[in-house]
Design a protein around this ligand. Structure first.
Ligand SMILES: Nc1ncnc2c1ncn2[C@@H]1O[C@H](COP(=O)(O)OP(=O)(O)O)[C@@H](O)[C@H]1O
Ligand SMILES: [Mg+2]
Length: 381
């Protein structure tokens, strides 16, 4: 029973060590620190960065492992959650067993290890989704999952912390790249074109829609092609991808069997002084009023859960159109990580053209606000 490992095969002293480290104060790293280190990957900086992570990562990992063991409603005992906790404890142990980093050889070894840790945690999100779904199934149907605020808050904290840990590991690992492309500092691109990223993300989302439905609505993108600002392209890619998938699904479901012309999904990139806004609009029918308060909760989905179909989560990397209920809450976390936000405004059943022709405008507008990453010294989560 691999899933029982957390209770049985970790020594008592290791679990105590986890708890001790989990209580230590974590140190936030600012973007300025990341870019300064990243633009000067000298041996000295590599060494300093590795030494910092050697102390910082176990604190962050231990805090999560500790929390995973003390979740309400019996969530901690669900096999999928036990498995995730095992990953965290394994990683904590790897970190703690690693001796003091004294020279560049140690540093290389250390980098290899933290990269392996990142890979170990690749499937944390769907595995946790599985755990929460197990909980939901076993619960009194009168309790609505969306009302379980404590779990919602835990998951927000948990995934936010994961974004931070992966960003730190990614930045450090990338310092080893001998020939980084111009304007690239680890995962940060100092001249990222949001329009280009939005286009790539849209194409990926459209490809999945095509695969799933056999056809896909058009996507029109508006904005200044020459506009760039510093950001993390993989984060923006993920957010636009999720939001566009939602729009495509809504429009597709609504117009698939209709003889009306399918309206395109529209993306507008607006460069403001304080932030960059990306609006993704569709006329896919809007979000039902009773669903609207739940869209930022985990596992609210009107699609069939892919977890019901394949339980081989460890090996299945297939990206799905919808069904986890994670697209919106996770995208908001990515936006918030750098101080931005995500808002969704949906008009359901709004409309009437005023000319007598029945024309319902049932639409959804998602607004992504991204901070312009400047020289911020604010510590990131
Ligand atoms: N553009 C949209 N139009 C209509 N409904 C939407 C839209 N975006 C999201 N939704 C609703 O919100 C739910 C949650 O979205 P999301 O968090 O991305 O999870 P998933 O797509 O896996 O269901 C969707 O299942 C859908 O019911
Ligand atoms: Mg979605």
């Amino acid at each position: 029973m691999a899933a029982k490992k957390a209770c049985e095969s970790f020594s008592k002293s290791l679990i105590e060590d986890v708890h001790k480290w989990g209580c230590m104060k974590q140190t936030g790293v600012s973007l300025k620190y990341m870019t300064e280190f990243g633009s000067n990957p000298s041996d000295r900086n590599l060494l300093l960065s590795a030494q910092f992570l050697h102390k910082e990562l176990p604190i962050r990992i231990a805090r999560r492992a500790d929390e995973l063991g003390a979740l309400p409603y019996g969530l901690s005992e669900k096999p999928a959650v036990l498995k995730v906790r095992d990953w965290y404890i394994d990683s904590f142990r790897d970190m703690r067993n690693f001796p003091k980093i004294k020279d560049m050889n140690d540093e290389k070894e250390f980098t290899r290890m933290i990269k392996a840790i990142k890979v170990r945690h690749n499937n944390v999100v769907p595995m946790m989704a599985l755990g929460v779904q197990e909980l939901k199934k076993g619960m009194d149907p009168k309790i609505v999952y969306e009302d379980l605020d404590e779990i919602q808050q835990f998951l927000d904290r948990f995934y936010m912390s994961r974004i931070g840990i992966r960003m730190l590991i990614g930045q450090h690992a990338e310092l080893h790249n001998p020939n980084p492309p111009p304007h690239v500092i680890g995962s940060i691109h100092t001249k990222m074109s949001p329009l280009e990223v939005a286009r790539n993300a849209s194409e990926s989302a459209r490809a999945i829609c095509l695969r799933e439905y056999g056809s896909a609505p058009e996507i029109d993108i508006y904005g200044d092609t020459g506009f760039t600002f510093p950001y993390v392209p993989t984060h923006l890619q993920l957010m636009v991808f999720e939001l566009v998938k939602n729009s495509l699904r809504a429009v597709q479901e609504r117009f698939m069997d209709s003889d009306k012309v399918t309206p395109p999904v529209r993306i507008i990139v607006a460069d403001g002084i304080e932030d960059v806004a990306i609006k993704i609009s569709d006329e896919g029918g809007g979000i039902p009023r009773r669903g609207l308060p739940k869209i930022f909760t985990y596992l609210y989905s009107t699609a069939k859960s892919p977890l019901d179909e394949h339980s081989d989560l460890g090996t299945d990397d297939r990206v799905t159109m919808a069904g986890y209920g994670y697209g919106i809450p996770i995208s908001r976390l990515y936006a918030q990580y750098f101080g931005g936000n995500l808002q969704i405004i949906s008009l359901e059943g709004y409309g009437g053209s005023g000319t007598g022709t029945a024309m319902l405008i049932e639409r959804t507008d998602a607004y992504l606000h991204l901070s312009r990453l400047g020289d911020s010294k604010e510590p990131l989560p």
